[in-house]
Design a protein around this ligand. Structure first.
Ligand code: FES
Length: 56
C-alpha cells in the first residue's frame, strides 16, 4: 500500500530502505523523499521504523 501519496512510496519500499540500514526519519527522507511534501506520511513512517527495529 502507499504510505506517501505525494511521492508515491509504498510500505514495502520503506521496509526495504529500513532493511538496508535507514534507521531514522531523516534517512528515509534522504533515501525515498518521504515526508518532503505534506508530511502526513511521517507518522506511518515512524511506526514502520519502530516495528522494523530489531528488539534488543
Ligand atoms: Fe508523504 Fe505527503 S504523503 S509527504
Amino acid at each position: 500500500m502507499y504510505v506517501c501519496l505525494c511521492k508515491g512510496v509504498t510500505d514495502s519500499q520503506i521496509r526495504a530502505a529500513i532493511h538496508n540500514g535507514a534507521d531514522s526519519m531523516r534517512e528515509l527522507r534522504d533515501a525515498l523523499e518521504v515526508g518532503t511534501q505534506c508530511g502526513k506520511c511521517a507518522r506511518t513512517c515512524k511506526s514502520l521504523l519502530k516495528d522494523s527495529r530489531p528488539a534488543h
